[in-house]
Design a protein around this ligand. Sequence first.
Ligand code: UDX
Length: 438
Amino acid sequence: MRITVVGAGYVGLTTAVCFAHLGNEVMVVEKVQKKVELLKDGRVPFYEPGLEDLLVENLRKGRISFTTQLSEGVEFSDLIFICVGTPQNPDGSADLSQVEEVAKETAKLMNSYKLLVEKSTVPVNTHKLIKRTVERYLKIRGKSMEFDVASNPEFLREGSAVQDFLYPDRIVIGVESQRSREILQELYKDFTCPIIFTDPATSELIKHASNSFLAMKISYINMVADLCEKVGADVRLVAEAMGYDKRIGREFLRAGIGWGGSCFPKDIKAFIRMAEDQGVDFSLLKEVDKINTRRAQQFVDKVKSVIWSLRGKSLAIWGLSFKPNTDDIREAPSLKIIPLLLKEGAFLKLYDPKAMDNFKALYPPGKDLTYAEDMYDAVKDASALLILTEWREFEEADLKKVKELMELPIIVDGRNIYDPKKVRELGIEYYGIGVLNL
Ligand code: UDX
């Protein structure tokens, strides 16, 4: 099929490249010229495993093209995926101006039937606003043309985006007409997972409800972790045993320094706000968010209780990205923890396998903050090592070497990547989250 994808961020680019990989012809509309040039050259502007290889392959096969002009995209196909950003407004709601812009411009340009599909996460009933906008702009053109708006939320995770797109747990499609249902049915016909057809409002809600639920699971286990620490229990075993219950499930029960990223923090606030606009006080989610906000200070307090004063102490930091396998630092716990440590007067040496450049743009190297060559360089002469992201590289680190390089062999692990017993056997003082801290 011919598909137009508007927006070449994580969701848009993955969607476009994967649809091309599945044999479709895809045109991507991205307004940032520099990005388009990179992409035409087969280079992905962010780190996402496997995506660049697939992009290069599909460029070679001529199945994917890029343009800055929406008019080209509108002409190219009847099926237009809206994958533009929906950033957060100061009041927590979603800024939908980019979505509106696509609706408006499409209506000004279209000369035949179009199906506009929302893939970006949007508040419930955004489809109605898109529809109204298209209708208004068609009217002032004096045209009455058929079009549909559908919702097809994307559930991919950064770091495993390609895999998640190609092998989803489910596909959700919210449609209002038989015509749009048939187009999307055809597009997804080779997928073997359940496909749930709903009305657009239900589909829009499913996305927000899913993300908020996952964030709630993490905040829940983080509270259990706090309790475990107090009573000398082990949250890893609590989570494992809970997870075997199929009603609970094993995923998203890893306790740590809290959830971050481009989705959870923004989506949960937008969901709370949207509920409020409808007169529903989603107080449960407000608490979920509050619990998460507290994690950074709690972690710093833990570091202080272990080390005593942080003034003038050299600390090694492993991990800056909000999760492994990505260079994304948006709303990463590191962005909250590092300023708190600096305020305490600590000297920090940072290392991350992929996210250092992004971090440097916000925190250039200086007197109290430097960047390491590699993970071992970071721990040289450090009074403690703090782990903020669970990169595999760290899990596989030679801890004997780490111990020898440090001034004091102390690890405060914000992601519980090691077995406390094994680390302590090496003569390293080890402190995790929700584990027995001796
Ligand atoms: C999330 C959703 O999973 C995805 O379906 C949606 O499309 C976009 O938002 P993503 O933001 O890429 O994906 O990351 P995810 O793997 O969900 O992790 C989010 C945050 O939760 C990370 O900061 C991660 O470290 C944290 N997390 C996750 C935990 O602290 N514990 C867990 O058990 C799982």
